[in-house]
Design a protein around this ligand. Structure first.
Ligand code: PRX
Length: 567
């Protein structure tokens, strides 16, 4: 395969001004991501180029040119502005992967408001904590998700508007609800775009930690500089590409590389909103002649499991370049893709907080299956000694993955959580919270998380959030949630609980508890297994020792238990 340049060439004299120059941005200028992803592409002569091919349930198909997405962004932005939404207000997107989700993203940014995308499968409690924390002023949603919003509305004094994109006019609107139908709206040819500057806030993504409620990761419009160049170089996006990012914009991959990266480059992208099935995915690639595919290890493992026979039924010869993110990409998956598609999935490592790809198998670079590759040009990545926080120079020695916090898209804060934000920086390094080793050629090898966060199928789950939901059930006395090994998802959620007096363990109660928490959490955070215990292991100071339960699940040595409480 022909790549346009090598990693080494790109490293030489690298400076982020390369990206700034291509985007014709100069320090101090206005930089509005919404404008860059639509208006600027039209001004560059691509107004009639397709920006989005969409396919939804029931075979619904839609397509939008860059001019269409420019106008739609204007219409939504103007509608919100007329409601009184202004810059820095938080506007939540709570929708399935319908076109309105993508176009509202642009509209919110165009008026300088902060866009807060949330996964539409979140239960009401997961939705509530994130809206409450961000003091969100408006939420854009679909009829089908209204019951969840209505249920928590009275506890959200800051939430003033519920914008429904598919109001059917049959049932009357209720408290705080307004209807906005994109298809029926009058196109707004010109609008005043908010003059965002480099540090103006843009996107607020929630991510889970080990303790406390999820944290709102605040990004700024200047993040575009990183997202544009990483999309161009790592995803190797070229003008005639048809690109498919399989991630939901409720997560950072779905915004950084499912909206901002490709559209700021004027690339045509495809969205499939019908859930996973190997058959449907291969058909989609064949139908749209997808050339660049950015996906995740669990999906790749699921495709492997579906078998190679089904692949033969499809013409997948359009695929030119593949990449993966979100969790460890096992070497089997890399080797499999090389065999099946004639090219490997290139692993990329990054986080909600980093906003863009940090460590990557750069196109053209020698692939070592199982390794995440090397830092993107302009990124100083190291592993630190966990005690001294000094970089480890010895190849193969495990340490904490850390980065010099100087790239354009690094988060600017955790929303209203200075303390947690400051904990992420030590000795002038940003701590990722992950562990790895670096080999003698500079390749990073992922080892695991440095905390109790569970990564199930690429989605981070906070044990705390699941434990809190469990504790709300009247039968649950105490709870501890850990990761359990799983062939497909690598990790799944497992809960240990003790019961309050008067309750008897058994499958009926387990089912009742599962149903109870299902309404509160997202399906991804649901425990696959609940185990009853007489008591949970605790330290003498009364802290539940998740570490012990984790070790038991993984068949590992339980380590130092000197602080374990004795009877
Ligand atoms: O633990 C790492 C894992 O996912 C975490 C970041 O998750 P999130 O903020 O939700 O963002 C995911 C998509 C950018 C990391 O701290 N992770 C991400 N990529 C990889 C990975 N683990 C191993 N290999 C990767 N390539």
């Amino acid at each position: 395969m022909q790549y346009l340049f090598t990693y080494e060439e790109r490293l030489k004299n690298f400076d982020w001004s390369l990206s700034e120059n291509e985007l014709e941005y100069k320090k101090g200028n206005i930089i509005n991501i919404g404008w860059y992803c639509s208006d600027r592409i039209c001004l560059k002569g691509k107004a009639d180029k397709i920006a989005l091919f969409y396919e939804g349930f029931g075979g619904i198909e839609k397509k939008y040119t860059f001019n269409d997405i420019r106008l739609a962004g204007n219409s939504i932005g103007t509608f919100l502005r007329n409601l009184g939404i202004k810059n820095d207000d938080r506007v939540c997107l709570f929708m399935d992967r319908i076109p309105e989700l993508y176009l509202s993203f642009l509209g919110v940014l165009k008026i300088g408001a902060i866009v807060q995308p949330l996964f539409s499968a979140f239960g009401d409690e997961s939705l509530f904590v994130r809206l409450e924390n961000a003091q969100t002023r408006a939420i854009i949603t679909q009829r089908k998700h209204l019951p969840k919003v209505r249920k928590i509305l009275d506890r959200l004094p800051y939430l003033e508007f519920i914008v429904i994109v598919d109001h059917n006019k049959i049932k009357p609107l209720e408290k705080k609800e307004v209807a906005f139908n994109m298809e029926e709206s009058i196109p707004v040819e010109n609008m005043e775009i908010f003059p965002a500057h480099a540090e103006s806030p843009s996107v607020l993504h929630y991510t889970s930690g080990t303790t406390g409620q999820p944290k709102g990761v605040k990004h700024v419009h200047y993040s575009l500089i990183s997202q544009y160049l990483t999309a161009k170089w790592v995803l190797d996006l070229r003008d005639d590409d048809i690109y498919w990012c399989t991630a939901d914009p409720g997560w950072v991959t779905g915004t950084s590389y499912g909206i901002i990266g490709p559209w700021s480059l004027g690339i045509t992208q495809c969205v499939l909103d019908t859930g996973f099935s190997a058959q449907a995915w291969y058909r989609f690639i064949e139908k749209y002649r997808i050339t660049m595919w950015y996906s995740a290890p669990t999906a790749i493992r699921s495709l492997m499991k579906a078998g190679d026979e089904i692949i033969k039924e499809h013409d997948l010869s359009s695929l030119r370049h593949l990449a993966s993110v979100g969790e460890p990409l096992n070497s089997e998956a890399v080797i499999w893709s090389e065999k099946i598609f004639g090219k490997p999935f290139l692993d990329t490592f990054w986080q909600t907080e980093t906003g863009s790809i940090m460590i990557t198998n750069f196109p053209g670079m020698k692939v070592k299956p199982g390794s995440m590759g090397k830092p993107f040009p302009g990124i100083t990545g190291v592993v630190l000694d966990p005690k001294t926080y000094q970089p480890i120079t010895e190849p193969g020695k495990i340490g904490l993955i850390a980065f010099k916090p100087d790239w354009p898209s690094i988060m600017r804060s955790y929303w209203n959580n200075k303390e947690k934000y400051e904990e992420k920086f030590v000795n002038g390094w940003y701590l990722s919270g992950d562990k790895a080793s670096i080999d003698n050629e500079g390749y990073f090898w992922f080892v695991g998380r440095d905390d109790d966060v569970i990564n199930t199928g690429g989605h981070l789950v906070s044990p705390f959030e699941v434990e809190s939901a469990l504790l709300e059930h009247p039968a649950v006395g105490e709870s501890a949630v850990v990761a359990k090994p799983d062939e497909l998802n690598m990790e799944v959620v497992k809960a240990f609980i003790t019961l309050k007096p008067g309750f008897t363990p058994g499958p009926d109660l387990e089912l009742e508890i599962m149903n109870f928490i299902r309404k509160k959490l997202s399906p991804l955070a649901m425990p696959q297994d609940i185990e009853y215990m007489e008591k949970l292991p605790k330290t003498r100071s009364g802290k539940i020792m998740r570490r012990l339960l984790h070790a038991k699940e993984w068949g590992e040595d339980i380590g130092d238990i000197s602080t374990l409480e004795n009877d």
